[in-house]
Design a protein around this ligand. Structure first.
Ligand SMILES: [Zn+2]
Ligand SMILES: [Zn+2]
Length: 343
């Protein structure tokens, strides 16, 4: 079987290995689609201290069960595999912070991921119910994208919508457009403005229901324009510290600030102590997802409430993974996926 192994910055090799056999309690997945995530791009171009190299990356995975060492999963079953498997037993998990479990098993981080013809599903993922059957007409690509919907939902669930009328989404990438859809269609936020840099991506934002879009390369005075209305939620979906710092112009009374994007290096953003104090700002970060957000995301994707098909603007083969990563980095389109042919 063929797989793409990541060795370090700029080094991904297509290799051939022996066919995988499932151990007791494990299953082997025939991979059909993997979403290319900004985390993969970040690892490939800037490295990552948490990833145990060499490893197969790819954590947004769907496919069919090829062989199984457990009665829980039968061969032929179409599934999505969660990216992360928390232990559910440690002190952090017991506090309900399973997304930050220190014993986490994570595809493409410390467990081989999906950029491979076949992938071993560890027994822990199966025991903890983290392999989700894709029933109905859900395609493999949409099935692979449940993870980004789940992490987005986990983030947005951290704000209180009773007091949110106007929201600003900072960023126009694929995750921003998932956030936008969730804010409009699930959280029912009245006004959502998407602030970005790419005319093409902002057109998608309008299509996905944005009430306003702002191209910051063209509209220089938009902060003062926008500030005429109270902004209740500033949702920072990108890892750009300058953009995050600039969005402080939008903060109103009681504004919720969600930081969803991680920065390339450990960038600092200046926050005024008095702003936090006098405006009663609520600043919340978000990483990963929890089990409930994951199963809710699965339902949203299965029911077609979130449009993922149009979010995929390019499809690549495994052999062209480096091109897929380059496509994601150059912000040419939206999201891309690696697909594997049937058969
Ligand atoms: Zn991801
Ligand atoms: Zn834990």
């Amino acid at each position: 079987m063929k797989y793409a192994r990541f060795y370090g910055i700029g080094d991904i090799r297509i290799e051939e290995g022996a066919d995988l056999e499932p151990g007791d309690g494990e299953a082997i997945l025939k991979v059909r689609a993997v979403g290319v995530c900004p985390t993969d791009v970040k690892a490939y171009y800037s490295g990552s201290s948490s990833i145990k190299v060499p490893i197969v990356l790819g954590h947004e995975v769907s496919g069919t069960i090829l062989s199984s060492g457990t009665e829980q999963l039968n061969p032929g079953l179409k599934v999505n595999v969660a990216a992360d498997c928390p232990c559910l037993e440690c002190g952090i998990c017991r506090r309900g912070l399973v997304n930050m479990c220190p014993n986490m098993l994570s595809l493409g981080v410390n467990v081989p991921g999906g950029y491979a013809e076949t992938m071993r599903i560890p027994s822990e993922f199966i025991e903890r119910g983290l392999v989700y059957p894709l029933t109905g007409g859900t395609g493999f690509v949409e099935g692979a994208l449940i993870e980004p919907v789940a992490v987005s939902l986990h983030c947005l669930n951290l704000a209180d919508y009773a007091s949110i009328e106007n929201a600003a989404v900072i960023g126009d990438g694929p995750n921003a457009l998932i956030h936008l859809q969730l804010l409009k269609r699930i959280k029912r936020v009245k006004n959502v403005t998407v602030i970005g840099l790419s005319e093409n991506r902002l057109k998608f934002a309008t299509r996905f229901g944005a009430d306003h879009v702002v191209n910051i390369s063209r509209e220089k005075n938009f902060y003062s324009e926008m500030k005429k209305e109270q902004i209740d939620l500033v949702d920072i979906t990108i890892g750009n510290p300058e953009a995050a710092a600039e969005s402080s112009h939008l903060l109103g009374k009681g504004t919720h600030i969600l930081i969803f994007g991680g920065s390339m290096n450990d960038a600092q953003i200046p926050v005024s102590m008095n702003d936090v104090h006098y405006k009663q700002l609520r600043v919340t970060g978000s990483t990963g997802t929890d089990l409930k957000s994951y199963s809710n995301a699965l339902d949203l994707v299965k029911s077609g409430k979130i449009d993922l098909v149009d979010l995929i603007t390019a499809r690549f083969r495994l052999e062209d993974l480096a091109s897929a990563l380059d496509y994601s980095r150059n912000l040419r389109g939206l999201k891309c996926a690696v697909e594997f042919p049937d058969g």
